[in-house]
Design a binder for this molecule. Structure first.
Ligand SMILES: [Zn+2]
Length: 648
C-alpha cells in the first residue's frame, strides 16, 4: 500500500487499498544438517526474496518513476520504503538483530525492563559492516558479531535511498500490546489473586454493547485471540478492584500498575493525538515503571527482561514520525493474509499451487477493478477519496436512531408494570405530561396537577432497542453503540432469554425544569453536573390519536420517550484507590426514583460494574446483578467514549 490513502479506506480490506506484490517461500530447508546453518540460510533467503521484490526502489526512489494514478494522469512518483509492519520475529529478521534484543536500539538484554532510552541503531552506522560481505568474510562475520547483528549477505534495505530500516520498525498493538504486554499483565494478576477469585467476578459482569462477557471466566480459556484480550482489558480493572492480596500486602501498587498499562493501551490506540495525549502516554508508561516492583515483591516475576515491554518506549517517537498506531497495526495484515493467501490456496487443487494462486489473484483483482469502475460511473463518485480531518480526540459525534416500526405495537399498563419492571410508569407519565404543558411548575405543584391527568389510551408502542450511529468517511454510517430494553422472552426452542434493561448516560439539558432541579443538584464545581446515569426500562411512543388531547394543540411533545430509574449524581472526584466513579440507586419513598424523559437526551450506553464485597452472593449473575446490587462503579475502559469522559 502507499501512505496517502485515507485510513478509513485502508483499514477496510473490502476497499482494496492494499495489493499483494509477492509471496515469500515458507521452506524450512530441512535437508540442511545443522540448525545454525539452516537459520542463517533462511535469513539470507528471506532478504534475497525481499530484494527481488523491492530492489527497484534503490534505483528509482530518488530519480522517480512515471506512474499512472486512478484519474488516468501520469505522474512522476518516488517510491520510498518508509514503514515495515510485522510482529517481533519478523522485525528481528528484517533488521538482522538477534532474538531477545530490541530491533530499534542498543539496549542490553538485562536492561530490557528498565524505563530508559538507549542509543538507537542507525542504518548509516551498520551499513559499512554489511559492505564487507564482498571483501573479507571473516572480518565481516566478526564485525557483525561485535555490533550484535546477524551476518546477512546484503540485507535487502542496504541500498534504499532516504530509508533507515531501524526507524521503519513500527509499534504493533496486536502483538506487542494485546498478545504481549496485556497477556503478561493478565497472567500476573491471575497469579496474584488466584483464578477462582477473578473468574467468579466475570460471571457478574453486566452485558453491554461494547463488552464481551466471559460467563465461565477468563482463566480457563486457551488460545486467546487479540480481540478477546482487547475485550478482557475492558473489564480487567473491575475484576481486581478491592480484591484482597494474599499475605495482606498493599494492593494499591498492583492497581496503579495495571491502571497505568490499561491507560497506555487506550491512549496508544487513539486515532488522533495532540501534544497533551502524547505527554499522557509517556506519563502512564512512567507510572507503570514506578509501580512495577510490586510484581517482584509478590514473587510473581524475577525480572522484566521482556522485549515487548521495552518496545513501549518507542511508541511516542513512532507516532510522531508515522502517525497514529492504526496506520501500521498488524491486525490489518493478518486479515489480508486470510484473504490473499489462505483463500487463494483453498481455490487451488493443492498441486503446483503457486501458479494457480497467482492466476486466481490476478483474475480477482481484474474483477474488482472492473466493478469499482462500474460503480464510479453509475454513482458519479468523483470525490470518493477526499479525506475529512478527524480533529483532536473527542467523543465522536453520534446520533441516536430508532427503528421505523415499534418492537411491540400495543403494550398495556399492567404489562409495563410487571414485564418491563416499571411500577411508577403511570405516575411518571402524568408528571411528564404536566411538565410539558406547564414547564415552569416546581415539584410540589407539579405532583398536585399530575393527580388530575386522565389518559385517553390504555396501551403504548414499545421499542426494544436504541442504536447510535456515527458518520464514516468511506461508507454509510456505522452502528457504534446500542441500548437494549427488553423483557424476558422465549426463543424458538422455548429457552428463556433473560430480560435486559441497559444503563445509559443522560443529558440534563432538554429536560423540564423540575427534572433539572431534581437531578442536577446545581453543583457547578462538578464537571458531570449536567449529566446523570439511569437504567432504561421502557422506550415508548404514545398513540398518535391521543397526542393532541393529552398535550393540547400548542405543545409539540417529543416523539420517543423513555422510563428510567435514576442513580445518584456522579461525584466530582473518583475513588482515589482505583480512579473509578461510584454511583448508587436513588431511592424516593422506599421506591427506586424514576421519571419519564425525552429519549433523545440519552447520550450513550454506560457500563457499570457492581461493587463486589469479599463474598459474592450466589444469585448474582450478568442478568440479575443490576437488580440485586445497589452500588456500582462506572467502567472507564468500556470504550473510548467512556474513557474520555471518566478518566482522571
Ligand atoms: Zn529499543
Amino acid at each position: 500500500m502507499i501512505g496517502n490513502i485515507p485510513k478509513d479506506i485502508c483499514r477496510k480490506p473490502s476497499c482494496h487499498a492494499q495489493i499483494l506484490i509477492g509471496y515469500i517461500p515458507t521452506t524450512k530447508l530441512d535437508s540442511m544438517p545443522t540448525k545454525a546453518g539452516r537459520c542463517r540460510a533462511l535469513a539470507n533467503l528471506f532478504h534475497s526474496c525481499m530484494w527481488n521484490i523491492l530492489g527497484r526502489i534503490s534505483s528509482v526512489g530518488e530519480s522517480g518513476l512515471a506512474m499512472m494514478s486512478r484519474d488516468g494522469v501520469w505522474r512522476q512518483c518516488h517510491p520510498i520504503f518508509s514503514v515495515f509492519v510485522g510482529d517481533y520475529p519478523e522485525q528481528a529478521l528484517v533488521t538482522c538483530t538477534f532474538n531477545g534484543r530490541c530491533p530499534k536500539c542498543l539496549v542490553p538484554h538485562a536492561q530490557l525492563g528498565e524505563y530508559e532510552l538507549f542509543p538507537l541503531h542507525t542504518q548509516r552506522s551498520v551499513i559499512d559492516r554489511y559492505r564487507l560481505a564482498d571483501q573479507d568474510r571473516r572480518q565481516f562475520h566478526w564485525t557483525c558479531c561485535e555490533a550484535r547483528l546477524k551476518p546477512i549477505i546484503h540485507p535487502f534495505w542496504e541500498t534504499f535511498p532516504l530509508a533507515d530500516i531501524f526507524v521503519s520498525i513500527t509499534p504493533d498493538i496486536l502483538h506487542q500490546m494485546l498478545q504481549g504486554v496485556m497477556k503478561h499483565l493478565i497472567s500476573w494478576l491471575v497469579n496474584i489473586f488466584g483464578p477462582s477469585a477473578i473468574d467468579v467476578r466475570c460471571k457478574s459482569i453486566l452485558p453491554n454493547h461494547k463488552i464481551l462477557l466471559f460467563p465461565k471466566g477468563i482463566t480457563i480459556l486457551s488460545h486467546v485471540t487479540g480481540l478477546e484480550h482487547k475485550k478482557m482489558c475492558g473489564i480487567l480493572l473491575s475484576l481486581i478492584v478491592n480484591l484482597p492480596v494474599p499475605g495482606g500486602l498493599d494492593l494499591s501498587r498492583v492497581v496503579k500498575a495495571a491502571h497505568a498499562l490499561l491507560d497506555f493501551l487506550f491512549l496508544a490506540q487513539f486515532q488522533c493525538h495532540t501534544s497533551d495525549t502524547l505527554s499522557w502516554l509517556e506519563g502512564y508508561l512512567a507510572a507503570f515503571h514506578n509501580n512495577k516492583a510490586v510484581f517482584l515483591d509478590l514473587g510473581i516475576r524475577c525480572n522484566f527482561h521482556i522485549p515487548k515491554l521495552h518496545s513501549l518506549l518507542h511508541y511516542l517517537s513512532s507516532i510522531c514520525l508515522f502517525g497514529t498506531t492504526d496506520n501500521y497495526n498488524t491486525e490489518q495484515s493478518e486479515c489480508l493474509h486470510i484473504d490473499l493467501t489462505k483463500n487463494a490456496f483453498r481455490a487451488t487443487n493443492r498441486k503446483d499451487e503457486y501458479a494457480q494462486m497467482t492466476t486466481w489473484l490476478e483474475r480477482r483483482e481484474k474483477l474488482q477493478r472492473h466493478s469499482a469502475s462500474i460503480d464510479r460511473r453509475q454513482n458519479h463518485l468523483q470525490t470518493i477519496w477526499t479525506q475529512t480531518p478527524i480533529g483532536p480526540p473527542c467523543v465522536r459525534a453520534q446520533s441516536i436512531k430508532f427503528a421505523q416500526t415499534p418492537s411491540r405495537k400495543a403494550v398495556s399498563f399492567p404489562d409495563i408494570f410487571w414485564k418491563y419492571g416499571a411500577p411508577l410508569f403511570q405516575d411518571a407519565l402524568a408528571d411528564f405530561i404536566v411538565s410539558i404543558k406547564n414547564p415552569d411548575l416546581w415539584l410540589h405543584a407539579l405532583h398536585k396537577h399530575a393527580g388530575n391527568v386522565l389518559f385517553p389510551f390504555r396501551t403504548v408502542q414499545v421499542y426494544h432497542n436504541i442504536k447510535f450511529m456515527a458518520p464514516n468517511d468511506a461508507q454509510e454510517p456505522e452502528i457504534v453503540d446500542a441500548v437494549h430494553v427488553r423483557p424476558e422472552q422465549r426463543d424458538k426452542c422455548g429457552w428463556i432469554i433473560p430480560a435486559r434493561f441497559d444503563t445509559v448516560l443522560i443529558q440534563g439539558s432538554g429536560q423540564s425544569k423540575f427534572l433539572l432541579y431534581l437531578h442536577q443538584g446545581l453543583d457547578l464545581s462538578n464537571p458531570f453536573s449536567g449529566y446523570r446515569i439511569g437504567q432504561v426500562h421502557v422506550v415508548f411512543k404514545l398513540p398518535d390519536s391521543a397526542i393532541s388531547e393529552v398535550f393540547g394543540l400548542h405543545n409539540t411533545p417529543p416523539k420517543h420517550l423513555a422510563y428510567v430509574e435514576w442513580f445518584t449524581p456522579i461525584p466530582a472526584t473518583p475513588d482515589p484507590k482505583h480512579g473509578m466513579y461510584r454511583v448508587s440507586r436513588l431511592m424516593e419513598n422506599r421506591h427506586r426514583s424514576a421519571s419519564i424523559i425525552r429519549a433523545e437526551t440519552i447520550i450513550h450506553s454506560i457500563h457499570l460494574v457492581p461493587q463486589f464485597g469479599p463474598v459474592i452472593p450466589q444469585d448474582w449473575n450478568s442478568f440479575t446483578v443490576l437488580k440485586l446490587c445497589n452500588t456500582f462503579y462506572i467502567n472507564p475502559f468500556a470504550d473510548v467514549h467512556s474513557y474520555l469522559t471518566f478518566t482522571r
